[in-house]
Design a protein around this ligand. Structure first.
Ligand SMILES: Nc1nc2c(c(=O)[nH]1)N[C@H]1C(S)=C(S)[C@@H](COP(=O)(O)O)O[C@H]1N2
Ligand SMILES: [Mo]
Length: 559
């Protein structure tokens, strides 16, 4: 039985010979090779079949990458597969990934994906070699999975499946081509050693043909992949447009930052976080690239007046500027998933004033171009705090990875329920009716930031000389402010630290403490008190579902 490709289903049936092959070799009776070294032969060809599978997979991905340069980056197979994987990652695995890899979780995902694809490709190569029809079925299935993940991504249109489709077909053609070379090799097993000088060329020739084909294909795949990258970079002018963007002056400037906001302890984080050092957390495997001219925000749902805002509308609006510290709900006690920046944007309450929410609405679901969403209490967006549609960060347009051209910034709430980057949709709705991205995955639906004091110097497990040691760090309780930080050495008394100046209740506040250190191992603990008088709880909680809590304890050795 043959497939439409004319290949034998049974690997032990030799493929049809071409006239050319016939003239070259027909073992004479009596000189046929002994079926010795059978298993060695088999495992050798199995490895080559696996190699053919890997090269074919590389062709699928690189051809899709090259053609994908003319489509959205979210439509390339790796990005779509990875993004879909992220969306379906169970909570425990996500927590494990963040705990183990931190902000390298994306790199870890790519490594994991590469290993998985490599293994699958090996298997498919071997299957195709043994039973071609099954191999085809496997490749078609993989192609279907890839196309399926591509077309179900947010903001991706059906024709964005074209790169993956063409890539899959190209991969199949290459697999067929390489597998055919392997079948030919099987016809002339490695008999040179068995038959001395007789027909020494034949096996070597078929073998060489396979390796030449494999090498050329692999090189072509590498060129296609690199070309695809370069091409899509060249075609994308979003980064240039961002650089050229002139931000308007705010109607209401940021309150001046008082002198002395920086902790006196050397080595504490800068009070204002430079954009390049600002932590980045999101589900986006490739940073969405939105042209500001194409950007549009739809405001709808339980509103009297639906709106569509353009980027120009934002530039023309009464903008405000404000220092706000952001914090990630996944930040462990003592962690660094927090940052402080000066944001420029349009107050969201002004947008809501135009849209006029209806009775019964209690939430705004903000959605990004790539399908992330956050549920923010409606009252928080109207209560006078500087919640905004931000277009500027520390005097520049938003960096691409921080949400260019527009993101939300809401003082007092963890990012997962408020800080939607690349935001394109605001739906006024009710908590009862919609669940946001992380809420669907086991996190809470609301996320006020918990009071937290962080010890930054000395570092955990540091060795310090005896005598006066500068201890210091950063504390936050956005919207409530920090009124006290206390330090405890070992089981000694809680002693008040020196607070640095406070810029506002929505920015973090730094502190320092002079410690007379005596030789030996010691534990340094810190806790903050917020503007309501509440002392930071010592109750340990994991980040899931609504933020970590507990006192940080830093072990140091005094010498
Ligand atoms: N589009 C989009 N916006 C997002 C997220 C995301 O995954 N996608 N993550 C949120 C989370 S969990 C946090 S903590 C902040 C982080 O913002 P930053 O990366 O600018 O620090 O972005 C929020 N906005
Ligand atoms: Mo977050």
């Amino acid at each position: 039985m043959s497939t439409p490709w004319g290949a034998p289903d049974n690997p032990d049936t030799p493929p049809l010979r071409t006239p050319c092959m016939k003239t070259l070799s027909t073992p004479k009776p009596g000189t046929a090779p002994q079926p010795r070294k059978r298993s060695a032969l088999r495992s050798g060809s199995t490895a080559l079949a696996a190699l053919a599978g890997v090269v074919s997979a590389a062709v699928v991905l690189s051809v899709a990458e090259l053609i994908g340069a003319f489509f959205t980056t979210r439509a390339t197979p790796l990005i779509a597969l990875g993004s879909t994987f992220i969306d379906f990652t169970p909570l425990w695995m996500k927590n494990f990934a963040v705990e183990t890899f931190g902000t390298n979780d994306k790199a870890a995902l790519f490594v994991g994906m590469a290993v998985t694809i490599l293994l699958l490709a090996c298997v498919l190569g071997i299957v195709a070699y043994r039973k071609w029809a099954l191999g085809v079925a496997g490749v078609v299935l993989m192609g279907a999975v890839i196309v399926g993940t591509v077309v179900t991504r947010a903001g991706v249109k059906p024709f964005d499946a074209i790169p993956s489709l063409i890539g899959t077909v190209a991969g199949l053609v290459v697999l067929r081509f390489l597998t055919t070379r392997l079948w030919r090799m099987r016809e002339w097993p490695d008999v040179a050693s068995d038959r001395g000088a007789k027909e020494p060329d034949r096996p070597a020739t078929t073998r060489r043909a396979f390796f030449t084909a494999t090498g050329i294909t692999a090189a072509a795949a590498a060129v296609a992949a690199t070309g695809g990258r370069l091409l899509s970079a060249a075609r994308s002018n979003v980064a240039q447009a961002r650089g050229a963007l002139k931000l308007p002056a705010p109607a209401k400037a940021a309150a001046p930052v008082p002198a002395g906001v920086q902790s006196k302890a050397p080595g504490v984080t800068p009070w204002l976080t430079p954009n390049k050092d600002f932590y980045r957390i999101d589900t986006a495997l490739s940073v969405p690239e939105i042209n500001a001219q194409d950007w549009e925000l739809r405001v709808h749902g339980l509103v009297e007046q639906e709106l569509r805002l353009s980027f120009q509308d934002l530039l023309d609006a009464q903008l405000i500027e404000s220092h706000v510290s952001l914090t990630c709900v996944s930040n462990p006690v003592g962690g660094n998933l927090a940052g402080n920046a000066k944001w420029l944007g349009m107050p969201i309450r002004d947008v809501l004033k135009m849209a006029r929410p209806k009775q019964g609405a209690d939430m705004v679901l903000s959605t990004s171009v790539d399908g992330f969403s956050a549920s923010t209490p409606l009252e928080v967006l109207q209560d006078g705090r500087d919640a905004m549609l931000a277009i500027g960060m520390n005097g520049e347009a938003l960096p691409l990875e921080h949400g260019y051209p527009v993101r939300m910034v809401v003082p007092g709430l963890y990012g997962f329920v408020s800080a939607t980057k690349w935001v394109v949709d605001l739906e006024v709705t009710r908590f009862a009716d919609h669940k946001a991205y992380w809420t669907q995955r086991g996190w809470s639906e609301r996320g006020p930031i918990k009071t937290m004091a962080r010890v930054e110097v000395p570092k955990s497990f540091a060795k310090v000389p005896a005598g006066r040691v500068a201890v210091g760090g950063t504390a936050w309780a956005q919207t409530r402010g920090i009124t006290k930080v206390e330090v405890q050495i070992d089981n000694g008394p809680w002693t008040e630290a020196v607070l640095s100046a406070e810029a506002s209740v929505v920015t973090w506040r730094q502190w320092s403490f002079d410690w007379e250190a005596t030789p030996g191992p010691h534990y340094i603990k810190a806790r903050a008190t917020d503007g309501t008088g509440e002392v930071q709880t010592d109750k340990r909680a994991d980040p899931v579902p609504d933020g970590a809590s507990g006192w940080q304890s830093v072990m140091v050795t005094v010498e």
